[in-house]
Design a protein around this ligand. Sequence first.
Ligand SMILES: [Zn+2]
Length: 160
Amino acid sequence: MEGPDELQCPFCTAEFTESAFLADNNFVAVYNIAPILPGHSLVVPRRHAESLMDLSANEVSGFFGFAREATRQLLKAFNGDGFDWSLQEKESAGQTVAHLHLHIVIRRKGDLEETGDWYPLVEQSENTLLDSFSRKKLDNEEYRLITNRLRKMVSGGKNL
Ligand SMILES: [Zn+2]
């Protein structure tokens, strides 16, 4: 059943979930439409859960296991040697789309002047998330190329 929240949620649209490069029955990993660094992606539960606190214990374990696999693939695809994860919960923490999402930021030595410079960038990207994904910019050619390349890499994976 879809409530009003789901109807207005950019992460509950078919366009969004169909743009996944990695997916299973419960979660999708989607390349960020405006990546702060190459590889920047989002992991999102398929069902409209606003908060990590709304997931069952099984879902929490599924979420982080899935996120780890997505990160593993992104590290390979973008020659990363490290990564940052970030999860904003509620407006006070900078959450803009009220649907749980984990940012995966793939890191390489020297990619930013200071290693901590990624966080303000993620905060800025939060501000554009709602805009970017609700305006359906997903027909962007470069975006499609990256997603297709990632899909090929993970095609050993399930449900793609
Ligand atoms: Zn949603």
